[in-house]
Design a protein around this ligand. Structure first.
Ligand SMILES: NC(=O)c1ccc[n+]([C@@H]2O[C@H](COP(=O)([O-])OP(=O)(O)OC[C@H]3O[C@@H](n4cnc5c(N)ncnc54)[C@H](O)[C@@H]3O)[C@@H](O)[C@H]2O)c1
Length: 439
């Protein structure tokens, strides 16, 4: 398989150099905006963008756009909470400001909207945006309910407009390279996928007046949020769809509020299991009262392991150690061979101490502690690609499908936990996706 050097910060240039017909772009079609041909289309052009929801993530995107995305111009801003609207207006003094997104959508100047509002608003805002003839970028997760995810997808397909969902790992060089390795067999057959995300904080934001509690701390209440599943798991659950090119057939799990018993409604501890038709399991585990293990995403193959959060891979049979280490190993094994109760071939069964190899050079990693965003995680490239698509008006294959399935898997996980059942993947929420085996 053709490979690409993703080691440089501007890895997208190397994708561009490969041209639109390469194997890389057919395996990762959402990178096609960066092909050489497509880059030519936007020279000198600017996408006229509006930001709806100028809280924490909205401000992060505004700062990135102003700093590194020259093909975008922020022409309008909208937030229902005046202090947040004011902080964005201070950075974009020329942009028009709105407190009602419906008025903003009437503006002919706006070509694309970037929605960074709370989860329960995603579907109505996105659908209104597409129906108003705008291209839409909506933050993850897609929507608060399965029906809303489906309605967003259906509207997108009918609209002919561009839709992006904020799943930045699809644009992170170490993920692209890792999935190239998975698909070309470098780690052998995929036999398991493990995801975890641990933090140790209450996930609360300060509230100046109790009447604002639900508006500011929307993440903690079921009406607006699916908690750890929609806020964290959605990023990681796409690994299953991506690596296995299939959907799970059964989902089960447990969720509880075990530590932060402060009036919140969403679980602070979850363990969810996704079972695939070939028997492979994908797990997601999250607790926010112990951060020792941080964030992890691991693809286990019968020949090797990829640990995406560390940007590393480890082969089951590492290269032979240098001479002196081999000698030490031989002596140690002789000692163990003489331990009668364990039998002649017994060696201690514990984790590998291999330090592994980096998937790409100059790997950027983060610990998953920030709830806003991290440098080098693909977010800048994702928004740059959206601005490109706003200029060309061409929807990008696979992007929405990837996001749809990671959101749906998160929501099915919640349903399985709440109902305490082993949940089959419902046919009603299957959408066509590439050559995936069971959709
Ligand atoms: N991709 C990522 O890594 C990432 C990281 C952080 C947050 N997010 C997502 O971004 C979204 C926003 O998260 P956040 O942390 O910025 O939340 P936030 O509460 O800080 O900001 C949300 C903003 O939306 C505004 N708002 C609410 N309803 C609105 C409406 N109807 N019209 C206009 N504005 C409205 C609020 O007043 C607030 O300013 C969430 O969906 C979250 O999951 C994604």
């Amino acid at each position: 398989m053709e490979t690409t050097d993703f080691s440089r910060r501007d890895f997208l240039k190397s994708a561009a150099a490969m041209g639109g017909g390469s194997l890389l772009l057919s395996a990762f079609p959402w990178l096609q905006t960066f092909s050489k041909e497509n880059q030519k289309e936007v020279i000198g052009e600017k996408a006229k963008i509006a930001i709806i929801g100028t809280g924490s993530r909205g401000m992060y995107h505004i700062q990135n756009i102003l700093r590194v995305i020259p093909q975008a111009e922020i022409v309008a801003l909208c937030d229902v909470y005046q202090p947040h609207l004011d902080q964005a207006a201070a950075l974009c003094p020329k942009a028009k400001t709105y407190t009602d997104y419906r008025e903003l959508l009437l503006s002919p100047e706006v070509e694309g909207v970037l929605i960074a509002s709370p989860l329960h608003t995603h579907a109505s805002l996105t659908i209104a945006g597409l129906n108003a003839g705008k291209h839409v970028f909506c933050e993850k997760s897609m929507a608060r309910t399965l029906d809303d995810c489906k309605a967003m997808y259906d509207t997108y397909k009918q609209s002919g407009k561009v839709l992006y969902i904020g799943q930045q790992r699809l644009f992170d060089p170490k993920y692209i390279k890792a999935f190239e390795m998975v698909h070309n067999g470098s780690i052998g057959e995929v036999v398991g996928i493990r995801n975890y995300w641990f933090r140790n904080n209450d996930w609360r934001r300060p509230v100046s007046d109790p009447s604002l509690e639900r508006h500011i701390n929307w993440r903690l209440y079921k009406e607006y949020s699916g908690g750890l599943m929609t806020e964290l798991a959605t990023h990681q659950l796409q690994l299953g769809t991506w690596a296995l090119k299939a959907l799970p057939d059964f989902i089960s799990g447990f969720g509880d509020i075990i530590f932060w018993k402060d009036g919140r409604e969403v679980y602070d501890s979850v363990n969810v299991m996704y079972h695939y038709p070939n028997g492979v399991h994908m797990s997601f585990e999250s607790t926010i009262s112990n951060k020792f293990f941080g964030m992890g995403e691991q693809i286990l193959g019968h020949k090797g392991t990829i640990e995406l959060s560390k940007g590393k891979y480890y082969m089951e049979e590492p290269k032979p150690a240098p001479g002196i280490q081999q000698l030490i190993n031989q002596i140690e094994h002789k000692v163990f061979d003489n331990v009668s109760f364990a039998g002649p071939s017994w060696v201690p069964e514990t984790a590998s101490e291999s330090k592994g190899e980096y998937i790409v050079e100059k790997t950027k990693t983060h610990d998953g502690a920030s709830s806003t965003g991290a440098v080098g995680d693909g977010s800048e490239e994702l928004v740059a690609a959206f601005c490109h698509s706003v200029i060309t008006g061409k929807p990008i294959p696979s992007l929405v499908e990837e996001a749809y399935y990671s959101s749906v898997l998160a929501l099915l996980g919640i349903k399985a936990m709440e109902e305490r059942v082993v949940m089959p993947f419902p046919d009603a929420y299957k959408i066509p996706y590439l050559n995936h085996s069971n959709v």
